[in-house]
Write a new protein. Structure first.
Length: 966
């Protein structure tokens, strides 16, 4: 059984109730930034800005900010009576003075700074402007015209066919070129400086305010009772109420489909498709003009009240006004037969047609109470009402009750298996609708909302959501999720069997199969998380919040959301209750009742983004005039911009990124960007505006370059690089030269030291020879062998000379070395009484001994060692020293071989009878070889072999030395 619940007030019919039909407006006055409260005219320029001509200055409006202009900005006078925006972006101004001026790209041009206007001499005030398709501007005065050609030439018209003009009513652009002029009782075409009659016109009331044009349509006041309209489709004559005769101010034609009579009592708008339809706007306010912007908004200029924008022409707002009572709240709604019933605090029940939404009356009940009401409708003729002190059933005329339960404070109701579930401030009970008796208690606490789903009951409470099972077992849903712990304001179900729970703080929660399937909040597009009412209709979940109405398409992927607010015509953003039937939407708000047809609420909103001005280094520029190359010392940029969407009422967000600095998009609601110190480089600033409906503007790209500092310029960097490389190269060269010098000095020093060491070592050998030789001479003297002594002394002296000569030379010829050795061996042989002999064997691979060089006296120590330690201790005189020389590759091989007692036996003799003088020849020679190898890449190699027979008996010693061929 479907149940009806509503709460009403007990009042007898009272004639003090007045129902007013109102529209929602956005009002702008001087407190909002408008230059003045008295506004004469409105226009919109090429960029989308609105311009208002006021009594105290000129205002430009972008939907968010006003920018005002006065005489200090170039206006000839602060009072502007007429405006016109041409195709070039100029806004022509007619001040209350016999002159004109225009605004273009941030500057107001007048007779002082414009050569064309300086040549324009006007005998009267300019009443209207018009532009033909070629860009020529026609100025209308009371008794003449001035035509400003595109080349700056000015043509004045004061007569037609040689006669002065009669009364000039209006001018407009003609579709085929030139201008259309309403003059006296005829329409004339002004083309090529000639007037041609197009058609006559019945025109009894002559005044320039009694006619208007819009594209190819025109309207004029034919007489005191009629308007005449010419449209592209034909002629129409429109009747208007007689009461407008004495309060008429101006005629306006916002578009080709509407004509407006602006009066002291508001604006009366005629729909040309419905000649008998007249709609009054701003009743009681003096309207001076009407204008339609590019977004489709209607604007009304007023005398003393600023300007008004009609939020919506399809949204109807109703308020009941009672004497000394200013509470218009509608708290509950429900359907009863063909009506939508709305109840508020004034003990009245409004009856509206469910099809048209029109108010068809109101009624009062005999139930007298002042508490809020809740109600719902059923399929029968009964209406169930719940209030603070009762639950009742009303009679069909809604004025009497047929059944009543007193002393209950009803908070919610719902049908359940042929009964009524009634939530009160203390419990939830089941009521039999026939006997109207309480049959059961379901819950023992306060309930804020009730919903039944088959056998399960869902209760919204102050603590959250509860579920009552068929066995009356209660289950707290807050244990499933903290989202269900929030206060519940409404519960409903969609066709997919998802239970939707509206909360006062957590938004919407979708529940199905014991789990949350969707959580919708303001982040998803919901108007607010504070949901006050819900209503399901045709797959759409309507949600009333404290910030407007949301329509959630719960059956569509992604759950798309549409939002409606006061900017769309709602009387308030606080929605107390919602009822939807078909396309008709009924809303109860603190400001009364709002009704609209959803199908007619299609938004024509669009969003344009404009750069207002650019400041570079403290100097302001019009956007197109700002420098693209910015000196680094003026690197302080501020860009002022605005998104133009008048329906959004300033609710616009912006996203931007500065390419060259950051590729990520950033979002802001500010209308300026400031970059005080950018690095040098090329930049591209991208900005996009997004209005409240999600409509995006085109992305604007502003490119500019921050000039490089001196040290950042390429040529300077190349120069510095070259200088650096040159300097570095010079420093490196100096260092290398210094290192080389030190190396040379070090090498020279080392070499000198080595030479000195070698000389020292060579010198160490000389005493040894001398010592041995002197011993031999002494022996000859003691033996009185004068001839032997003489021969020995002669050989010895020759050896001394060779030693002294060779000691000072780094290398000697192989021939010299062998001669030195034979001389030495000859002396030793003589000294040892022919105890041994020697042999020098030169291989034929060594062709010329003079071509080979070796270090001096390097073989002598080995020969000396063979004689002293090898041959000396032989018992016979068959000792032989063999010196062999041959060449192997790049080496000269010298082999010194003796048949002495061997090194082992010599060591034994040495230990038994040590000699008084210890020769250092071999160790010095080893040092010399090591020094030679240290200084030369090709090394001297040497090894000593002990010669033995098969029984390990010593056969002598062999020394092999490899000299690199120098």
């Amino acid at each position: 059984m479907n149940c009806n619940l509503f709460l009403a007030f007990i009042l007898l019919f009272c004639p003090l109730f007045i129902y007013s039909q109102e529209y929602s407006y956005t009002h702008y006055d001087s407190k909002d930034g408008l230059a003045g409260s008295t506004v004469y005219n409105i226009t919109q320029d090429k960029e989308g800005f609105l311009w208002f001509a006021t009594e105290t200055g000129l205002s430009r409006f972008d939907g968010t900010h006003f920018k005002n202009f006065g005489q200090e900005d170039g206006l000839p006078d602060n009072e502007i009576i007429q405006l016109f925006a041409d195709s070039k972006g100029r806004v022509w101004l007619s001040p209350f003075r016999k002159t004109v001026c225009y605004y273009y790209k941030g500057t107001i041009y007048n007779s002082e700074n414009d050569s064309t206007l300086r040549r324009l001499h006007l005998p009267e005030n300019v009443i209207r402007f018009a532009e033909d398709r070629d860009g020529n501007i026609l100025l209308q005065e009371k008794s003449g015209f001035h035509l400003i050609h595109t080349n700056g030439q000015i043509t004045a018209f004061t007569t037609i066919n040689g006669k002065p003009f009669g009364y000039i009513s209006s001018i407009a652009r003609w579709k085929d070129g030139g201008f259309l002029v309403l003059l006296d009782n005829g329409f004339y075409i002004l083309k090529n400086n000639r007037f041609t009659l197009w058609r006559s016109a019945q025109y009894e009331v002559w005044h320039f305010n009694y006619s208007a044009f819009s594209q190819e349509s025109m309207v004029w006041r034919k007489n005191s009772l009629h308007f005449s309209v010419i449209t592209p489709q034909g002629n129409q004559t429109l009747q208007y109420p007689n009461r407008l005769i004495d309060v008429f101010i101006n005629m306006a034609m916002p578009d080709v489909d509407h004509v407006a009579a602006c009066t002291l009592a508001g604006a009366f708008v005629y729909d040309l498709s419905k000649p008998d339809s007249i709609t009054q706007y701003l009743p009681g306010i003096t309207v001076s003009n009407m204008f339609k912007d590019s977004e489709g908004n209607w604007w009304f200029s007023t005398i003393g009240k600023g300007v008004y924008r009609l939020n919506s022409a399809v949204v109807l707002n109703l308020r009941s006004v009672v004497k000394d009572q200013h509470d218009y709240q509608i708290l509950a709604m429900g359907r009863y037969k063909g009506w939508i019933l709305a109840a508020g605090k004034m003990n009245q029940l409004l009856k509206l047609s469910a099809k048209t939404g029109k108010l068809e009356g109101y009624t009062s009940t005999i139930l007298n109470f002042t508490a809020p009401v809740f109600m719902d409708g059923n399929s029968g003729n009964d209406m169930f009402l719940g209030g603070k002190n009762f639950l009742a059933t009303l009679s069909p005329d809604l004025k009497h009750y047929t059944k009543i339960i007193r002393f209950v404070s009803v908070k919610a109701m719902c049908g359940y298996k042929g009964s009524i579930l009634v939530g009160t401030d203390v419990n939830v009970v089941k009521v039999d609708p026939v006997s109207f008796k309480v049959t059961d208690t379901i819950w023992d606490e306060r309930a804020t909302s009730i919903f039944s789903n088959n056998d399960t009951i869902y209760l919204g409470t102050l603590k959250g959501l509860y579920r009552i099972h068929p066995d009356k077992r209660s289950e707290y849903m807050g244990e499933y999720s903290r989202l269900f712990q929030s206060r519940v304001s409404g519960i409903t179900e969609d066709s997919n069997h998802v239970i939707w729970v509206a909360t006062l703080g957590e938004g919407l929660i979708g529940w199905k199969n014991n789990q949350i399937v969707k959580h919708i909040t303001w982040r998803d597009g919901l108007s607010s998380n504070i949901c006050r009412a819900v209503f399901m209709e045709n797959g759409h979940l309507w949600v009333g919040t404290d910030k407007g109405l949301s329509k959630v398409q719960v059956l569509q992927p992604g759950y798309p959301i549409e939002k409606y607010t006061t900017n769309d015509g709602l009387s308030s953003d606080i929605i107390n209750c919602v009822y939807v039937t078909g396309a008709k939407v009924f809303l109860g708000t603190p400001e009364g009742l709002t009704i609209f047809d959803e199908d007619r609420m299609t938004s024509q909103s669009h969003c344009d983004l404009r750069i207002v001005d650019v400041t570079v280094g403290g100097k302001g520029y019009y956007p197109g005039d700002a420098p693209s190359l910015i000196p680094h010392e003026k690197n302080n940029i501020q860009l002022n911009y605005v998104g133009i969407s008048y329906k959004s009422n300033g609710d616009i967000r912006y996203r931007y990124r500065l390419l060259g600095l950051d590729s990520a998009w950033h979002e802001t609601r500010e209308t300026f960007l400031n970059y005080p110190a950018l690095p040098s480089g090329d930049y591209g600033l991208q900005i996009q505006a997004i209005n409240k409906f999600g409509v995006c503007s085109k992305i604007l790209m502003t490119r500019f370059t921050i000039d490089k500092l001196l040290y950042e310029r390429t040529w300077f960097q190349i120069l510095c690089g070259l200088l650096f490389l040159t300097f570095t190269g010079f420093v490196v060269w100096l260092i290398v030269q210094r290192v080389r010098k030190r190396e040379r000095e070090k090498t020279a020093t080392t070499k000198r030291i080595n030479e000195l060491e070698q000389l020292s070592r060579k010198a160490q050998m000389n005493p040894h020879f001398i010592f041995n030789s002197l011993n031999s001479i002494q022996q000859y003297v003691m033996d009185a062998d004068v001839a032997g002594a003489n021969k020995f002394i002669s050989g010895f002296s020759r050896l001394i000379r060779q030693t002294l000569d060779f000691s000072s030379r780094p290398e000697i010829r192989l021939e010299e070395e062998l001669d030195y050795l034979t001389n030495y061996l000859d002396i030793e042989k003589t000294r040892l009484e022919d105890a041994f002999s020697w042999v020098v064997d030169i291989d034929k691979s060594v062709d010329d001994l003079t071509d080979y060089y070796i270090p001096p006296m390097i073989l002598q120590p080995f020969v000396e060692n063979s004689v002293r330690h090898g041959l000396r201790f032989r018992k016979d005189k068959n000792g032989v020293v063999t010196i062999s020389v041959k060449r192997e590759g790049d080496y000269l091989v010298c082999i010194l071989e003796d048949n002495g007692i061997g090194r082992k036996a010599a060591m034994q003799y040495k230990s038994v009878s040590p000699i008084n003088y210890q020769s250092k020849g071999l160790s010095l020679t080893a040092d010399r070889i090591e020094m030679f190898n240290r200084e030369h890449a090709q090394k001297i190699r040497m090894w000593i072999d002990d010669l033995e027979d098969n029984f390990h008996n010593s056969l002598g010693t062999r020394v092999t030395i490899y000299f690199p061929v120098l």
